[in-house]
Structure formats: structure tokens, C-alpha cells
Design a protein around this ligand. Structure first.
Ligand code: PMP
Length: 398
């Protein structure tokens, strides 16, 4: 076709996560450890609230920023937990998933020529959104610092062109949460520089060793800070599309326009259900975390047996072991593991090129699947090393 589309869009790759999961239908019986989809059902009370909303025909548009009652509930839920106060009317917007928040913030603040600092490896969604805005990603390499962004390294990257520093805490793909002392130092640096801060805390409810530490707890950053939360992971509601964005009123009035022109509003029946998730007593995150902690133990032990180096994951539900010893790309590793042994993981290079030499294993899958998957991965690793011995991981004492 002679008509040209936006070359920035033409150059945008499909998410590497989907590139792998899309291969699965061709491999029936394969173990899927690719997507960040919790294997738990959403809480019953939440499903019931959605049924009631649909029954009462509460299915039309809501206000662009979301149902006032939901904004109130979400601001109270996260604010009480993480020590910040955002006004539910002017500083809270309900978006279509955390993805809707990412898009609305970045399109609102980025201009062509801007720089956006991202700690890498990072979730596949950020680099494309930065580039689509005509801005340039600047990479804060965390590979030698246990996947934790270091304050002095960050400060060196800040230039007059820096518009935003992005964090994802706990991190997808590494599973690492930023400890409080490191956050304090990052916050000191950020307080000294006039830049926006976007912290994607979609996994805030999934921390296993220490409570989640939020940039929202630092008053000096407040009028430049955006926080992304949501129900996709914490309540296993990925398809319901509920994201929650907090930010300073002055900018949120513009962000809501982008959200409105893109989505008008988040799905209304889901918004009614979300009120129940925030105000009811589901304990869903706690229940899931108990399972994730057992699975983490299993995955960690299995990878150790396979001799694949791993930075201990402290949150989210991912492990990101190194496969650097093998003379193949992470993508070839992932494709071959699927085709030859029937276990699907995501190649590290899906999380920027700084993820090369790693694979991401999602342990938001049942123990049964994880056992099978790790056995297959062990077999594949053994084969690559020319070792025919099968590595059978020990089962954890549950
Ligand atoms: N941010 C991160 C770090 C994620 O891992 C994901 C989903 N995998 C999202 C945002 C998007 O979440 P949602 O489904 O709520 O749009």
C-alpha cells in the first residue's frame, strides 16, 4: 500500500511476552510460565458485585475519571496502606488497567526530544510508549546492583532533557522490590532534580519479605509524582481492566483528557466490582501471597539445582535467572525450551536489551504446572550442557 502509516508505530515491536505466549496454541500440553496472569479466580464477593451491577443495569458510561465512590475507596485503600494522601476528586483517575495509566501519563508529559530514564531490565510496555511520544529512553542499568536502581547511577543520567524517571516496584521481570534504605537515597536524588517520577506499583500488594515502600511516602516528591496501582495482579482481575492512577491535581486535569479520548472511562461493571475489592474483606492478596511464597521457594531451589544464577525475588511473581553461560540468545533459548521440552518462558530481551542473558519465569501458575515446568527446564538445561542426566527438583515441604 502506498499510504504511509506513522513510522514510529511501524517500528514498534509486538510485546516479547506475547510473542512467546502466542506460540503456545501450537504446542498443546506445553507448560505456560509466560504471562503475568495469576492462576487464582477473582474473589467471589467481587464477582457478585459485578453481577449485581449488570443486573441493575449499572452498565453505562461513568464519569471520565471513574465512579466517585471507587476513587474514594481506592484512595483510602492505598493511602492508608502506603502513607500518602491523594484527593479522590482531583488527584485520582480510574483507567483501563495499569496500561491505561502508563499511556495517559506518558502521552501527557512527554514531548519529542525529551529523555525518560528507565531502570533496566523493565516491563516491555515502557520503551514503546516512550518512543511513540518521540522521546528517548535512557537506560539505568541495574544488572550489577541486584536489579535495584542505585541513586548515584541515577543522578549521573539526569540531564536538562530528562522529563521523567520511571520505576517499577516490585519489578517485572526481576521480581525485586526496592528496599527502604535504597528508596530513601533515590528519593534524595529525585528531590534535588526537577523531573517527573512515574512509579508503577502494580505489584505493590505482592511483596514477600518486607512491606511495600512507596515513593508516595516522600512529601518532597509529591507534586511531581505519579503512582500506578490496580487490581489486575492483586485480585487476579487482569481482564476486568481496572487501573488506579494518583498524581498532582495540576497535571491530572490534563491526564484525564488523554484517558477520556482513549477510553472515555474504565469498564463500569468492573468499577462497581472494584469498590467491593477495595472496601470488602476479601484478603485476596494475602491468600495469593501465601501461595507465591511457597512457589518462590520451589522455583529458587529448582534453579539452584540447575545451577542457574538467580537474584532472589522479593515481590511480584517472577524469577529472572541468568542463562548467560549458554552460547545462544535468550530468545533462541525460550523458543527451543518450548519446542524441544514443552516449557514456555519469556526471553529476557523482551524486557529491553538489558534483559539479554536471562529468562523470565512466571510463578503465577499452579504448583503442578511449576513442577512439570521446572523438570522440563532442567532437562533442557542439561541437554544444552551436554549432560543427559535429568534434574528432578526437590519438592518443597509444604
Ligand atoms: N505494569 C507492569 C509492570 C505490568 O507487569 C503489567 C502487566 N503485566 C502492567 C503494568 C499492565 O497491567 P494491566 O493489566 O493492569 O494493564
Amino acid at each position: 500500500m502506498a499510504l504511509r502509516i506513522n513510522p514510529l508505530v511501524e517500528k514498534t515491536p509486538l510485546s516479547g511476552i506475547r510473542q512467546m505466549s502466542n506460540r503456545l496454541p501450537a504446542h498443546p500440553g506445553a507448560v505456560n510460565l509466560t504471562v503475568g496472569q495469576p492462576d487464582f479466580p477473582p474473589p467471589d464477593e467481587v464477582k457478585e458485585a459485578a453481577r449485581q451491577a449488570i443486573g441493575q443495569r449499572a452498565t453505562g458510561y461513568s464519569m471520565n475519571a471513574g465512579l466517585p465512590e471507587l476513587r474514594q475507596a481506592a484512595a483510602a485503600y492505598y493511602g492508608n496502606k502506603y502513607g500518602f494522601r491523594y484527593d479522590p476528586v482531583s488527584e485520582t483517575v480510574i483507567t483501563a488497567g495499569g496500561s491505561g495509566s502508563m499511556d495517559a501519563v506518558l502521552r501527557t508529559i512527554l514531548e519529542p526530544g525529551d529523555e525518560a530514564i528507565i531502570p533496566v531490565p523493565i516491563y516491555a510496555g515502557y520503551e514503546p510508549l516512550i518512543r511513540l511520544a518521540g522521546a528517548t529512553p535512557v537506560y539505568l542499568d541495574t544488572r550489577r546492583t541486584g536489579f535495584i536502581p542505585k541513586a548515584d547511577a541515577l543522578e549521573k543520567l539526569i540531564t536538562p532533557k530528562t522529563k521523567v524517571v520511571i520505576f517499577n516496584n516490585p519489578s517485572n521481570p526481576t521480581g525485586v522490590a526496592i528496599p527502604k534504605d535504597r528508596m530513601d537515597r533515590l528519593a534524595e536524588v529525585l528531590a534535588r532534580h526537577e523531573v517527573f517520577i512515574l512509579s508503577d506499583d502494580i505489584y505493590s500488594e505482592n511483596t514477600f519479605d518486607t512491606p511495600h515502600q512507596s515513593f508516595g511516602a516522600y512529601p518532597a516528591l509529591r507534586d511531581r509524582l505519579f503512582l500506578i496501582h490496580g487490581l489486575s495482579k492483586s485480585h487476579s482481575m487482569t481482564g476486568w481492566r481496572i487501573g488506579v492512577l494518583f498524581g498532582p491535581a495540576e497535571v491530572m486535569q490534563h491526564i484525564v483528557k488523554i484517558h477520556a479520548y482513549n477510553a472515555i472511562c474504565a469498564p463500569t461493571p468492573s468499577q462497581y466490582a472494584a469498590i467491593e475489592a477495595y472496601t470488602g474483606n476479601t484478603k485476596a492478596p494475602e491468600k495469593m501471597n501465601r501461595a507465591y511464597i511457597q512457589r518462590r521457594q520451589f522455583i529458587t531451589a529448582s534453579l539452584k539445582e540447575m545451577n542457574l544464577p538467580l537474584v532472589r525475588p522479593t515481590g511480584a511473581f517472577y524469577a529472572f535467572p541468568s542463562i548467560e553461560e549458554f552460547p545462544i540468545t535468550s530468545k533462541d533459548f525460550a523458543i527451543r525450551a518450548l519446542e524441544e521440552e514443552g516449557v514456555a518462558v519469556v526471553h529476557g530481551s523482551a524486557f529491553t536489551m538489558y534483559g539479554e542473558g536471562h529468562i523470565r519465569i512466571s510463578y503465577a501458575a499452579s504448583m503442578d504446572q511449576l513442577e512439570k515446568g521446572m523438570e522440563r527446564l532442567g532437562r533442557f538445561v542439561g541437554k544444552l550442557r551436554g549432560d543427559t542426566r535429568t534434574i528432578v527438583p526437590d519438592l518443597p515441604q509444604l
